[in-house]
Design a protein around this ligand. Sequence first.
Ligand code: C2E
Ligand code: MG
Ligand code: MG
Length: 767
Amino acid sequence: MIFANLRTIFFGEVDVPAELRETVNAERRGAFHALAPLAAIHSLLNAVVLTFAFWNEAAMPLVFVWCYTSAVLIFIRMREARRTASDLPGAIEDGRIVRYTLFSGALWGGIICALIASSHADHYLLLGVFTAAILCVGALLHSSFPVASLGYSLLVGAGACVGMAVANPSWWLNTALLILAGILTLQRFAAASNEANIRRHLANAAMQDAKDTMALLLNDFEAHSVDWLWRIDAQHRLVKPSQRFVDAAGLPADMLEGGSFLALFAPESVHRLDELLRDRKPFKDEMLRVSIGAREAWWSVSGQPTADIGWRGVCSDVTRARDTEARIAYVTEYDSLTDLPNRAILVRQLEIAQETANATGEGFALFVIDLDNFKTLNDTQGHPAGDAYLKVVAERLRDCVGANAFLARLGGDEFAVLQTDVLIDEAGEMADHIVDALLAPVYLGNKEILAGGSVGVAVAPENGLDPAELMKNAELALYRAKAQGRGCARFFEPGMEQDAQVRADLETDLRAALAAEAMEVYFQPLVNTRTRKVSGYETLLRWNRPGHGLVSPGLFITCAEETGIIVPLGEWVIRKAIEEAAQWKDDVAVAINLSPAQMKNPSLVATVISALATYQLDPRRLEIEIVESVLMDETEHNIRTLHALRELGVKIALDDFGTGYSSLSYLRAFPFDKIKIDQRFVRDIDTSTENQAIVRAVISLARDLGMRVTAEGVENEQQAAILAGLGCTEVQGFLYSRPIPSTEIDKKDPASRAGSNILPLRRRALG
Ligand code: C2E
Ligand code: MG
Ligand code: MG
């Protein structure tokens, strides 16, 4: 332990890993040889001084010998130094250095010994300085080889002591002690210097090793990943771009080296990158658009500032991923048919408008547009025509709303427009423009299509600021526009919300009534004009709504249709009506109204069959009344359903005839058993010759097509007489009876009712 410590203290020994020993030794040799010129100059100066000092002395020949030998030694050392600079000496060379040093020490020791021994006291001071200088310089020049340094010092010191012992024996011990103290101190200095050098070398080696490992890792990283590294200096110039970087940039390496990193990016990305670099904070996965000549790409760039005020980082090409992402984003945010943004984007735009309005008080308007009769067009002309129509509409709306408004497709045939920084008057103009734009006919091939659209408008902040609230209000206004005849625009009014509430209450009560079977069916007789007997009864639904009294279907059927309640409700009516009719004698028929929503229900035919079977009613006694719109919607399916019912023996009547605008074409679409002329033509038949002409034409057409005709809404004798005169076979109206509950029908003689009541009119039940 002590020995080991002494080795460290006096030789500066350090544990050097075996693999580094050779390079550490080479370093020490290098350091030793590097001092060769200094040693040569020192020796030369000493030679000059000694020659002058001892020119006339007896020791002069010795000085010459020393000078000559020293010159040889210096020559050897200089040659050795040159060799070392160009060649790696082996382990033997260390031994040579030690031997050389010891020889040199012996030479210096010898000359000092000779000079001290042969000189007189006048020279002692000079020789003392000389000895001290030799010892100091020796320790310095040989510090990288402490063993040699110690040997050298001891030889020089010994020479001085021996010389002193000869010249002045009484001083030799003092001299020896002083020299020994000096040697030990100098040796410690040499050892410390050697230790520091070795440790520095080891630290450098470790650093180099870490750098090599890092370089290896980075090379490996580049070779095996899609990413590449980048490095720039303080002026943002590229430093040593890797091959992968060169490939990614598609520019020659020498153009990239020293070139501007920012110049590779598109202007908006340059701006962003410049910001990041100026911030001097690490950044990660920044999406930047690259623009090199005609080449466009997206790079994900991460960076870290370096100590030399430059940057280093990683890049990867994310163009494909971004394209896919952009495509997905496009699909999720845009409608592929019209290329218009969808509802989600509109809501975002509304949120932005809301923020702006909050900050600046700027108003904006939301228009919700619904195409009228689009469904019919789709069904009659086919989906490709429907799609083409939507595209034309989108284009028209685009032109109409201009660049300052935001247009979106909400889905189906619904569009929306957001107009910012707008006053109510301007919003009104815009709404009119939209309605007019949609009213103009659309030409698809050689077909002219007239559809039109309705518009609901909500303005912010008056009608709310929240996107959901505005949307709801615009929808309410749209609902009103549709209810008021379509092809028009309506602004939201506070009352609309109430209406909606009323409707919501109605829906709740309807559902409850359905669940509790709280509805009733009433029956209104259909009278044969010739026999004056009841040929059948039309089933009409009645609802005794709590708090409202007996409510007529005109008030709740639409709600039931819109909410889908009509399907279970209609099934209930079918069962109830058939159950009642089955109890009537005389083969009196029963008519049931079916709404379009019921026709769409796939289980309709099964329900009818099941009810007929359950109550044992002859299908020929059942009549189904449908309105024209049944033939407008889902045409093919509905016609198939009608045929299926007809095959059972059920009769099919076209109700409210004349209220649709292309009624006659529907007569060709399906072979109806009966046409019911709408009461609007009957109402004025006694005064309006026009209505008379229409009814006459319908009766004659029906006869030609083999259909029976019923006139609805006959309220007085005059109307009845005119209708009978025109050849109408069946009438229905308050003149004969209002709709009555089943309890008022004489089950044994149901046909007799009209006979007894044909005159006078009896107002018995609610109409
Ligand atoms: P609708 O099928 O055309 O029925 C005839 C309507 O005219 C009935 O109105 C009837 O009360 C009324 N009416 C009959 N004679 C006269 C008259 O002389 N003068 C006047 N002013 N009106 C007369 P109601 O019962 O209010 O029914 C209205 C509509 O509701 C029906 O028109 C029908 O489309 C529908 N509806 C009624 N019950 C049902 C049902 O069970 N299911 C379905 N889907 N719709 C029904
Ligand atoms: Mg009817
Ligand atoms: Mg009718």
